[in-house]
Design a protein. Structure first.
Length: 206
């Protein structure tokens, strides 16, 4: 996705963490929170009732993929209204565990048999109202390791599904190479955290 509205902000920065389930995003977030308690930390799905609806849908194998997509989109719209836009306008550094790229990568796979060119469709729905990140950190890991780490507890955490998701992420990175920074998530957690901090600091000191 190459477009998206730019907020009128006071110098805030939006940084997103992306990757397959089990890539270590939560561990990175915990480390960043300890070192930078003044930053704003958030996630998608959110903790709102929209986010609760998303999580219920994810846990259901019978959920309609189109309905599920629009639950995710509704949650994203609420996230922008309550957290992202106000934070950027206040000049905050915002770290989001998952964002629009997750939606494109994951939902494009679930919609592959329902909608033609699903990734492009999902990006087009977001384009008029979303805010693109200033930086997206992609924690890179193979599908087998991701499934083992995550426990393969729901439909999105199965190896075959994650392999397809990984290919969608690769397409997103190819489309916006200047926004993405790849980090090897198979490295020890402390090394991953250092690499993430370096990428963030490089952005903040431009």
């Amino acid at each position: 996705m190459s477009h998206g509205r730019t907020p009128a902000n006071g110098g805030g920065q939006l940084i997103t963490l992306e990757g397959l389930d089990g890539s270590g995003k939560s561990t990175v977030i915990e480390g960043l929170q300890r070192r930078h308690p003044d930053w704003c930390f958030t996630c998608e799905p959110t903790t709102s009732w929209y986010g609760d609806a998303v999580r219920r849908s994810v846990e259901s194998d019978a959920a309609d993929p189109i309905a599920e997509l629009f639950l995710f989109i509704a949650d994203h719209a609420e996230h922008l209204r309550t957290t992202i836009r106000p934070g950027l306008e206040a000049g905050e550094v915002i770290i989001s565990d998952r964002y629009v790229d997750s939606r494109i990568a994951y939902q494009a796979v679930t919609l592959a048999d329902t909608i033609e060119a699903p990734a492009a469709f999902i990006a087009a729905v977001h384009e008029p109202f979303t805010i693109l990140p200033d930086l997206t950190i992609f924690l890179e890991i193979d599908a087998e390791t991701a499934a083992r780490r995550s426990g393969a507890t729901n439909k999105f955490e199965q190896v075959a599904h994650l392999q397809h998701v990984g290919r969608q992420y690769e397409r997103l990175i190819q489309e916006a190479p200047d926004r993405f920074v790849r980090i090897d998530a198979t490295s020890p957690p402390a090394e991953v955290l250092v690499a993430v901090e370096r990428a963030v600091e490089a952005l903040l000191h431009r």
